[in-house]
Write a protein that binds this ligand. Structure first.
Ligand SMILES: [Zn+2]
Length: 304
């Protein structure tokens, strides 16, 4: 699939905002045709398909309950993205947007470093550290993340955050989104999501890892998570991993469960719709927790 097509449809039809990875190709730079490697979803495979026991599924649903209950109890919870969407646009100069922009800019350096360590961890978990070819791509991806310098608040972007790959050192952040993420954890999660898009770059250079994450999520929760959906879920997973590492390094009086919940809480929507490129928000939480059972344990064990 050509990314250019995906961009133009996504920018007008993403039902729940959040993130659009925009690829603005320079004149004469046609990477799209180079990306159309055929995949064979039905090809013979000897990989063992992971699955979840009934007990694990129950625990996962309980953990989602903790996340979305905390959304109502926690004064710093992230606003659900369907609620953000319903809000009027917010000027860049409004106090909440300014506070959000300052929070995002302040946390950008820590988010970059957390994304780099989470990406290395994920690479090892999925066995790609043994591949010299992937190791080179990872090094270049990390260099791209290191180059991100700035968060740009944008009233028109409303409840979206975007990276224009023609300007990969800037994360564009809608002011409604900036104001709706009311904690450091919520903000780091979304910054890390965008930084993972930057890491993947305009050539999908981390595609083998992203595809492996998508395949595993598909097997675990029984939904179609391929193509762009696998990239989005990998970005969300890196976001949750980054927040978990942040919490472990900055423990305070708040419960770990409450803080962890903020990493995925913006997905606690009433109107649960997805599209071709994104799982629905509640299925996004489901996929992230299925991929990272440690989060389920921590959400459940530390809920009080
Ligand atoms: Zn995204």
């Amino acid at each position: 699939m050509k990314k250019t097509q995906r961009v133009f449809s996504a920018s007008s039809s993403v039902p729940l905002g959040l993130c659009v990875k925009l690829l603005l190709l320079l004149l004469g730079l046609s990477t799209a045709s180079a990306q159309t490697k055929p995949t064979k979803p039905g090809s013979h495979s000897t990989r063992v398909r992971p699955s979840m026991s009934a007990e694990s599924k129950d625990l996962l649903e309980d953990a989602i309950g903790v996340v979305c209950t905390q959304a109502k109890l926690d004064p710093k919870s992230s606003i659900a993205i369907d609620e953000m969407q319903a809000r009027p646009s917010l000027p860049v100069t409004s106090p909440d947007a300014r506070a959000g922009a300052e929070r995002a800019q302040r946390l950008l350096p820590v988010a970059k470093s957390l994304v780099i360590s989470s990406l290395r961890q994920l690479t090892t978990e999925y066995g790609f550290q043994k591949s010299p070819k992937f190791t080179v791509k990872l090094r270049i991806a990390i260099a791209r993340v290191s180059e991100v310098r700035r968060v740009r608040p944008d009233m028109e972007a409303r409840d979206n955050a975007s990276v224009y790959l023609s300007r990969p050192h800037v994360i564009t952040f809608g002011t409604i989104f900036l104001a709706g993420l009311r904690s450091d954890e919520g903000m780091i999660s979304v910054l890390a999501h965008e930084l993972m898009h930057v890491a993947d770059g305009d050539n999908d250079s981390l595609r083998p890892l992203v595809a492996a994450v998508g395949n595993k999520a598909s097997d675990l929760i029984g939904l179609d998570i391929h193509g762009q959906r696998s990239e989005e879920i990998t970005c969300d997973l890196i976001g949750a991993m980054a927040v978990r590492a942040y919490i472990l390094s900055t423990q305070d009086y708040e419960s770990i469960a409450r803080r962890l919940a903020r990493s995925v809480q913006h997905n606690c929507v009433e109107l649960d719709e997805g599209d071709e490129d994104h799982l629905s928000p509640r299925n996004t939480i489901r996929a992230i927790l299925a991929l990272n059972p440690g989060l389920v344990r921590e959400l459940i064990n530390d809920r009080f």
